[in-house]
Each structure stands twice: as C-alpha cells, then as structure tokens.
Design a protein around this ligand. Structure first.
Ligand code: ACO
Length: 402
C-alpha cells in the first residue's frame, strides 16, 4: 500500500474519504476483522473460542498485553485490579450533582474524565512503563465502580463499596445489585452471561469510539480524558447507543401489535427516517460473528433464568423477515451485535438506559489496548485534512450595513 502521509507534503494531494470508509488510520496488531467472511479475532484468537472458554479479565489482559496470561499472571492482574476499585470519596459529590434521571452515558463520560482530577499521576508526560501500567489498572478497576454507582444513583440507593474477595465481574454484580444490609447472591449464570457479553464487546479495531480514543490520545491527552471521549462517541445510536435503541424499537413494535412487516416497510421507505436498529454494519457485509454467538447465548440465558420475553420473539421474527427481503439482502444488512445484547441485559435486570454503559465497560480493554499501542508506536498527532468548499474572497461588511 502507498503511504499517503509520506506523499502529501511532496505533492499537495489530499485524499477525500468522508466517514473513512476506505481509509486506514493506523497499523494495529490487536484485532483482526474480515467483514466479508464474518471473522473476528483478538490477537489471533477467534472470538468464538474466547467467548466460550475465557473470562473478560483474561481477554482484557490479552488485548492490553498481547498474550493470554498464565495462571499466576491472571491472579496477579486480578489482585492489582481489586486493589484499585475504590474511588475517591469526593467523587461522590460529583455523582450527587447529577439530576437523578440524567442519562448514564453523560454521567459516565464526565465521571471518567473527572478521575483525572483525583488521580493526577495520569497527567504526567512520559510516564515510565510502571506508571503507565498503574494508570491502565486504575482505569479498568475504577470504571466498574463508577458504572455500578451510576446505577445505584438512578435508583436513589446507597453506593456499595467493592469487596476485594470477588473477581472483577462478581465485584461489579455485588456493587450493582448488592445492598448494604446483605450480601448479594452471585449467580454463576449471570456471571457467565456478563463475561460473554463483555468479551464480545471488548474490541473491534478502528470503530468510531476507538478511533476517537486514539485521536484524542495522539495529542498526548491522559488516559481518562481519552477514554471519556471514547464513551461520548459510543453514546450515539448509530454506534453503542444502538443496544438501547433496539429494545426501545422492539417495545414500540410490541405495543403497536407486533406487526413486523409494517416496521420493515417503514425501514425501507426512503421518506421515513426510521432505520431498523441493530441491523447493518460498516464492515460486516455478510454477518456479524458476534451476533451469532449472542443470539445463541440469548436463548440459553433466558431459558436458564426461566424468562419468557415477548420481545425476543419479535426480534426473531424481524430478523427472519428482513433476511429474506431484497432491500436488506441487496444492501447486505444483517443483525449486528447489538440486536440481541439488550434482550440479555434486560433479562439480567438492567434498565434500558444502562445498556450502552455496559457496552462501554466491555469496550474499555480495547480502548486501553489501542491507546497503549498508539503510544508505543509513537504515532503522530491525528489531524485529518479537508477539501475547502466555502466562499473564496469576501470583503468585510460593517454590521450596520448587513
Ligand atoms: N435499516 C434500514 N436501512 C438501512 C439500515 C437499517 N438499519 N442500515 C443501513 N441501511 C441502508 C441505508 O439507508 C443505505 O441505503 P441506500 O443505499 O439506499 O441509501 C444503505 O443501507 C447503506 O447504509 P449506510 O448508512 O451508507 O451504511 P454505513 O456503513 O454508513 O452505516 C450503520 C452503518 C451506521 C451501522 C447503519 O447500518 C445503521 O444506521 N444501522 C442501524 C444502527 C445500528 O444498529 N448501529 C449499531 C452498529 S454496531 C455497533 O456500533 C456496535
């Protein structure tokens, strides 16, 4: 491939690729994705195998440090994480300042950025490898506490402190669903479902939020500021916000009598802005391998938990109809990872507006791994060019004469 960045200064040429549909922004050794074949691998390991056999923290280690951990390394990593899950008590004042009903993603983005104020060691330029690693561990550890506390705040319940005896996921469930007065029962079915969901979301190469993290980090912003920017990018319904939008759409279809044909027709109507949420993907033009795993997991988890969710039936019907419809077939629109994830989160007891926050928790190791790689590669500041299409020379007109 021609390295355009090298040509630019010599020739003055600028490539125009709005939305970066065909532009590579970096070289990366983290995630391999083949959109035509529906293949996704983290560091060479297939997503199917990782989702089946691994834990979220093991995958986080793999993404960030490049190798699967040994049993001792995993134990050490888990220990380091559990030592840093507490957040500064003064963070509570910021939590308290948010209106109770404010969107969890807005809170998460602000609170993660605020961590830089409480842990200013992350602001140091040219951190040593140990210092950088500590910032990474703190980000991973504290974000799970922040996510749990956002949920507690939405209920008006007291915040639950982390307990070092639990692993990462169990601790998260303890802080989220536990009460001050009694220990929460950690259900292994729920632990396993959470591990699977977070693994499937853990990285996805240069997507909108990850590119944001890398570009913000390329100006040497600290890890919390970079991740906070990624959270904001993830919030939109065309990206991570789709998991919330899918459930809201399915509920609407259910309330409307469950007529899936009518909603498919709406999605196809070019005069109607409605899109079938959870369908289509920028890079998967055959199927999203994560969606296959999640659909199966969804059936299993609902069965294990003894839940009969009507929206699951609507989702399946929509998928079935859309996959046969020429509009969707021609445009290669298939269900993506978010089509079924919301149904599982709902079954686990999370409210709809928490879904994207859970996606962020899952994507965090990927953001961190990509941010670290960008630093290690000593990449230059990200700074796209443009083709100017505005006015050329205009004479200034005094305000009274306009
Ligand atoms: N419903 C109906 N039509 C759609 C949909 C959809 N969900 N998605 C794409 N299309 C149509 C477009 O209208 C367009 O049609 P046209 O060629 O007649 O104009 C064609 O398919 C191509 O769509 P683009 O928007 O150009 O594709 P792009 O790659 O830019 O967008 C995206 C991908 C944003 C995911 C899009 O498919 C979409 O909006 N999907 C719904 C939202 C969603 O589920 N987002 C989650 C993505 S996964 C993730 O971030 C984890």
């Amino acid at each position: 491939a021609i390295d355009i960045s090298k040509l630019r200064d010599q020739t003055g040429y600028v490539t125009l690729d709005i939305g970066y549909k065909n532009t590579g922004a970096t070289k990366s050794a983290i995630t391999f994705l083949d959109g035509e074949q529906g293949i996704l691998k983290y560091r060479g390991y297939s997503i199917e195998e990782l989702a089946e056999k691994s834990s979220f923290i093991e995958v986080a280690y793999l993404l960030i440090y490049g190798e699967l951990p040994t049993a001792d390394q995993l134990k050490g990593f888990q220990y380091e994480l559990s030592r840093h899950t507490l957040v500064h008590e003064d963070m509570k004042k910021i939590f308290d300042g948010f209106p109770q009903r404010s969107h969890p993603m807005g809170q998460l983005s602000s609170l993660v950025c605020a961590l830089s104020a409480f842990y200013p060691d992350s602001l140091k330029q040219n951190q040593t490898a140990e210092e950088l690693n500590l910032s990474i561990v703190k980000t991973l550890a504290k974000m799970s506490t922040v996510v749990s506390w956002i949920y507690k705040k939405s209920l008006g319940h007291p915040y639950i402190y982390p307990k070092n005896k639990y692993d990462y996921i169990s601790n998260f469930l303890h802080m989220t669903f536990g009460q001050r007065t009694e220990e929460v029962e950690i259900d292994p079915v729920i632990v396993s479902a959470m591990n699977k969901l977070l693994i499937l979301h853990a990285d996805h190469e240069q997507n909108c939020s990850t590119s944001t993290v890398r570009i913000v980090g390329s100006s040497e912003s600290n890890i919390y500021a970079s991740v906070s920017a990624g959270i904001s990018a993830l919030w939109g319904p065309l990206h991570g916000g789709a998991n919330q939008a899918v459930i809201e759409m399915l509920e609407k279809i259910q309330e409307d009598g469950g007529d899936t044909d009518k909603w498919i027709a709406k999605a196809k109507d070019k005069n109607d802005p409605f899109r079938l949420m959870g369908f289509g993907h920028r890079v998967y033009k055959n199927f999203d391998p994560r969606a296959k795993i999640i659909k199966k997991a969804c059936d299993e988890i609902l069965e294990k938990l003894g839940i009969n969710d009507e929206v699951l039936e609507i989702a399946k019907k929509l998928e079935e109809v859309a996959l046969k419809d020429p509009y969707f077939v021609e445009r290669k629109l298939y269900p993506n990872v978010d089509f079924y994830s919301g149904i599982i989160y709902r079954a686990l007891g999370f409210p709809t507006d928490m879904f994207t926050v859970l996606f962020a928790l899952g994507r965090l190791p990927g953001w961190i791994a990509q941010w670290k790689e960008m630093k290690e590669n000593k990449e230059p500041i990200g700074r796209p060019r443009q083709i100017y299409v505005g006015s050329t020379n205009r004479d200034f007109v005094e305000i009274e004469k306009r």
